[in-house]
Ligand binder design. Structure first.
Ligand SMILES: Cc1cc2nc3c(=O)[nH]c(=O)nc-3n(C[C@H](O)[C@H](O)[C@H](O)COP(=O)(O)OP(=O)(O)OC[C@H]3O[C@@H](n4cnc5c(N)ncnc54)[C@H](O)[C@@H]3O)c2cc1C
Ligand code: SF4
Length: 332
């Protein structure tokens, strides 16, 4: 691991001012915020991330979960994943989020990992994490060996000829279905970014993963007021029952009026290059009977644009079954 300067800023303004001196907030950033460290320190040990300065934000007052003015929920950036998943309001009103967080990593990791860090966790593509290999995300212009190589776990939605890496987060999938907003403070002021606009598709710049600029500090995430009467579920399918990333997952927030679906918000994990909202599936459900035939139709709509790689075609049917089963379990 390269040597680095460790800084503990006294407040958010000092943290932002120092981070704003970085040349990028994306891959290769020379200044990084340090939260739980469960992504960043791993990547530093592998020399995939080599920041010259680390800004420890753990003592900033960003660790509260509070009711927002509009009746929604405000989740501080440094709230630990375990505290988020076990918070009484989250368990009651945003159950899909609690389930998604608990489906991720291990108890020890969740005790360290934070809300903002989870939003910014990096892909598990094996080539990205191996500096002996080329990788457009790590070193722009070097190529993407995954396309002709090992791609079983990689994405089938949102890919480009330059990168097919999967976004690995479970939490983000639930937040996409809950229509979360990410709040950022930077050197030019604060802004609120809907989660659907926060992560970028790889296109021809896979090293740019989010809209963050140097100095941008995520301060909190807000969730809209809970959808009255909604049924929520997160279903994660993976190679082993715990401590494993999703091959396919589905977050479902569905409301019924009698036998019919009146509202549906759906997102998929494990299959997209970003947390994948599925508006086609939502449209296929609303106004229709909540039955297995329509759940399957919605799942087919969600995966209509999927493009398999040499080793991951199975993910398309797996994701369809995952979503259809999640919908069935949610309304059951
Ligand atoms: C073995 C293992 C298994 C895992 N399994 C899963 C899994 O199944 N599902 C899953 O979803 N995740 C999984 N994870 C990933 C884990 O959830 C993330 O590592 C964790 O959420 C990152 O949070 P952190 O606070 O530790 O982030 P850090 O490592 O501290 O930071 C990550 C990135 O976010 C930036 N950052 C942090 N806070 C802020 C902020 N406030 N503003 C701006 N930038 C910020 C940092 O600079 C860094 O670039 C696993 C991790 C490991 C190591
Ligand atoms: S899929 Fe993306 S992260 Fe993986 S090797 Fe290709 S460019 Fe790198």
């Amino acid at each position: 691991m390269k040597t680095f300067e460790f800084i503990r800023p006294g407040d958010s303004a000092a943290a932002i001012a120092t981070a704003a001196q970085a040349k990028t907030a994306q891959q290769g950033a020379d200044v990084r915020f340090l939260a739980g460290g469960t992504t960043l320190i791993d990547l530093m040990k592998l020399n995939v991330e080599t920041p010259a300065r680390l800004l420890d934000i753990n003592r900033l007052p960003l660790d509260k979960i509070e009711t927002a003015a509009d009746g929604g929920l405000k989740i501080g950036a440094t709230v630990r994943n375990s505290d988020l998943a076990n918070h009484a309001t989250v368990r009651r009103d945003y159950a899909v989020l609690s389930q998604a967080v608990l489906a991720g990593a291990s108890a020890q990791l969740r005790n360290m990992a934070t809300t903002a860090g989870n939003l910014l966790q990096r892909t598990r593509c094996p080539y990205y994490r191996d500096t002996a290999m080329p990788c457009n995300k790590r070193e722009p212009g070097t190529g993407c060996p995954a396309i002709t190589g090992s791609n079983r776990t990689l994405a089938v939605l949102g890919t480009s000829e330059h990168c097919i890496a999967t976004n690995p987060s479970d939490m983000c999938v639930a937040m996409a279905a809950l229509e979360a907003t990410i709040h950022v403070e930077g050197s030019k002021g604060s802004r609120a970014i809907p989660i659907g606009d926060f992560h970028l598709l790889p296109g021809n710049t896979p090293h740019r993963e989010t809209v963050l600029e140097p100095g941008d500090l995520i301060t909190h995430v807000t969730l809209p007021p809970p959808v009255t009467g909604s049924k929520q579920l997160y279903l994660k399918l993976r190679d082993r029952a715990s401590y494993e990333f999703a091959l396919a997952s589905a977050a479902v927030v569905i409301t019924l009026a009698g036998q019919n679906v009146s509202q549906a918000r759906i997102a998929l994990g494990g299959v997209g290059t970003k947390p994948w909202r599925a508006p086609e599936a939502e449209a296929a459900l609303v106004g229709q009977p909540a039955d297995e035939a329509n759940f399957r139709r919605a799942a087919e709509a969600a995966m209509r644009n999927a493009q398999p790689q040499s080793h991951n075609r199975f993910k398309i049917e797996l994701a369809r079954r995952c979503l259809a089963h999640a919908l069935k379990m949610a309304v059951g």
